[in-house]
Design a binder for this molecule. Structure first.
Ligand code: NAD
Length: 376
């Protein structure tokens, strides 16, 4: 029997992406799967039902009752989990740290869940890495938000009415989102400088035509990520950065440390040194923000400086964000579908690393411990 893959219309507030775009529905069918797509699932991302020629369009109840694999963007709701057959595989963002009741339901219903946040960041898994693909979308869009809020030109213009100086853009955090922000700001003609605590970013920043800010602090942590700074390092970093923040027309802040609140890098006092009309786009708003004044989901105006704290930025570019996310999902599950049947190789470090629940157990240790602490 062909494996049944289900795709629901996302129901979370402001979610416009779809887990499977038509191109990937076709590829899943070619692997031997039946693909059931909920009516209207892709509409918000501009993939109409008519584009899903290789899928069967149906209602959510049929999908939940029949799916062997359910592909999602946002975590499934409790009622969705309760409607699944035991043993169903669910793949999507799971937000396990914030959703203990969901994790418990997945365990109790014997659902095999894979969390896109847990996909190991190893070279082989780059094509499955939704954190990276969606961060690239966020970095790009953050610059457009900044350009729009700035009320100034970004590029240098030489006109009959004189020369306009280019805007200066500072990118804090040069990971996946930050590098995409640098490239985008450069394409728009801004003068760009950037900063990151990881020393490896220096060459990457320079290769994109931006200036790297030297603060004398580097904090390379495990797995290619940053570690948290000591108070002395923070102070040293701050003195240099505050002066650069004050000189910038736009700041795009993307700094993040896995599993922790976003580092506070832009103090209220630094904002007060910026020129009126300047803009901060804090894409770390979801993790508490890099700027002291950031309000998640809001635009704050302080002394004439606009501080944007956008949430779920990829959902504001749903067509391409869905396309990229959907390809990540496909690359992840394809090895589990040899001959169109479900067969997960648990010795594969990608599946072993990304699994959240399986066979009535919470397999991800940090999540299991956090749940045990809550319930003890
Ligand atoms: P992230 O979203 O966790 O962090 C964003 C950036 O913030 C990072 O570059 C980090 O160094 C920086 N940062 C943290 N604290 C800071 C501070 N106090 N001041 C300034 N900057 C600070 O990271 P990410 O973008 O998801 O990934 C970071 C890196 O991990 C990538 O650039 C890459 O080298 C590596 N990576 C590898 C793979 C893979 O091999 N599959 C996939 C993705 C990322």
């Amino acid at each position: 029997m062909a494996v049944v893959i289900g795709v629901l219309r996302e129901t979370a507030a402001n979610e416009t992406r779809v887990a499977v775009v038509p191109e990937i529905a076709t590829k899943l069918k070619a692997l031997g799967a039946r693909v059931l797509v909920e009516h209207g699932a892709g509409v918000a991302a501009h993939f109409p039902d008519t584009a899903y020629g290789d899928a069967e369009l149906t209602g959510a109840a049929t999908i939940l009752a029949n799916a062997d694999i359910l592909l999602k963007v946002q975590p499934p709701s409790l009622s969705e989990v309760n409607a699944l057959k035991p043993g169903t595989v669910v793949v999507g963002y799971m937000q396990a740290y914030a959703r203990p009741e969901l994790v418990a339901a997945l365990r109790d219903r014997s659902i095999t869940s894979f969390s896109m946040e847990l996909v190991p960041r190893i070279s082989r898994a780059q094509s499955m890495d939704a954190l990276s693909s969606q961060a690239a979308v966020a970095g790009y869009k953050a610059v457009l938000l900044a350009a729009n809020a700035l009320e100034k030109f970004l590029p240098m213009l030489t006109t009959a009415a004189g020369t306009i100086r280019p805007a200066s853009v500072l990118v804090i955090g040069a990971g996946v989102a930050g590098l995409q922000a640098i490239a985008t700001a450069r394409r728009l003609g801004a003068v760009v400088e950037a900063y990151d605590v990881r020393s490896a970013t220096k060459e990457q920043v320079k290769s994109l035509g931006a200036k790297f800010i030297e603060t004398g602090v580097s904090a390379d942590g495990a797995g290619g990520y940053a570690r948290e700074l000591t108070p002395e390092e923070k102070q040293k970093q701050q003195e240099v950065l505050d002066a650069r923040i004050a000189a910038s027309d736009a700041v795009i802040s993307t700094a993040s440390v896995p599993g922790r609140a976003a580092p506070r890098i832009i103090a209220k006092s630094a904002v007060e040194r910026m020129k009126p009309g300047s803009v901060i786009v804090d894409i770390a708003a979801e993790q508490g923000g890099n700027c002291e004044l950031t309000q998640a989901g809001e635009t704050v105006i302080h002394g004439g400086v606009k501080i944007l704290g956008p949430l779920n930025i990829p959902a504001s570019l749903p067509y391409h964000a869905s396309e990229m996310y959907s390809r990540n999902l496909f690359n992840l599950i394809k090895p589990a579908l040899p001959k169109g049947e479900l067969a997960i190789d648990w010795s594969d470090e990608v599946f072993a690393g990304a699994v959240l629940t399986h066979d009535g157990q919470i397999k991800h240790e940090t999540t299991r411990k956090a749940l045990e602490e809550r319930t003890s």
